[in-house]
Design a protein around this ligand. Sequence first.
Ligand SMILES: [Zn+2]
Ligand SMILES: [Zn+2]
Ligand SMILES: [Zn+2]
Length: 229
Amino acid sequence: MQNGHALEKQQFLKLFKQEGIDRLDDRVAILEIFLKTEQHITMPDFVKLVKQSHISIQPDFINDTIKLLCKFGFAQKVHFEGGPVRYEHRHIGRHHDHMICTKCRKIVEFESNQIENIQSHIAASHGFHMLQHKMELYGICSKCFGERPVTVPLTVVKSGETLKIKEFLGGSKMQSRLTSMGLKKEDKVEVISSYGKGQVVVAVDNKRFSLGRGLADKIMVQNLGVVQK
Ligand SMILES: [Zn+2]
Ligand SMILES: [Zn+2]
Ligand SMILES: [Zn+2]
């Protein structure tokens, strides 16, 4: 991308001069630092990066410049669920989508002509003129998935996952409580929501259950299709 970046700088200078944008040297310094960043950076992290480059520029000015970079198509804002606003390079004529690990927040970029074509076809078949789209896959990256024990308490499972109940911990009282609620081993549980210290809302057999965290902690679940070691 080095040549590409030189080209970006040329276009940047041309446009910013044409628009009469002030403090061009400082703006270029910011652009150069931005073009060296990898992937998706938050504004506070970018401000830190500029500081590390021993350039004394006010955060407001950096913020303003990034906004201009977005306006003129050098950068773009990305905002993934549950995370901060981030900025990434925008390469004209190129497009990618994202996978986001809900555990470690790792962001993986991917390109798929197949998906792009299907989306256009679907839009067209609805008589819909598509202008833009976002394709975001939320899940657990291979590293996080590999680190997780085969059987875990329901409380550590992220929203959106479907697992199988393996066992109930706690005494017989706890067991009969869960059984009387209608939960049993080998049931498939879909986690609808599970945040912080709040309830864990799950669906089993098309029925919704709201479980306190203490109770959910006693329910051990396992990935579907995983053979117990
Ligand atoms: Zn796409
Ligand atoms: Zn991860
Ligand atoms: Zn990206």
